[in-house]
Unconditional design. Structure first.
Length: 94
């Protein structure tokens, strides 16, 4: 393999566990023989850990289910809507 492989992106994918078994094995073989790759891998790992530590964890909680408004509330809202519409018709149409 040439001196340009594995690339930074490939090492990044290696750290993230995104490579196939075959690709991971090839990267591991390259790491054994090249100190510069081992240093790059350590840089990537440190960078990822620093980012994870600096970004606050946000937990998203979704409601279990939506609750419909009770019918008395709907009746009151419907009545208010009718009053507003009647007032608008009298005001503007009369």
């Amino acid at each position: 393999m040439s001196g340009t492989w594995p690339t930074w992106d490939t090492l990044n994918a290696y750290v993230d566990g995104e490579l196939s078994t075959r690709e991971s094995a090839a990267v591991a073989r390259a790491l054994v023989s090249r100190q510069d790759l081992t240093e790059q891998l350590a840089q990537i790992s440190r960078l990822k850990m620093a980012v994870q530590e600096s970004v606050p964890h946000v937990e998203v909680v979704l409601p279990a289910e939506r609750h419909a408004l009770p019918w008395p509330t709907l009746a009151v809202l419907g009545g208010l809507l009718l009053v507003v519409l009647a007032a608008a018709v009298l005001w503007f149409g009369g």
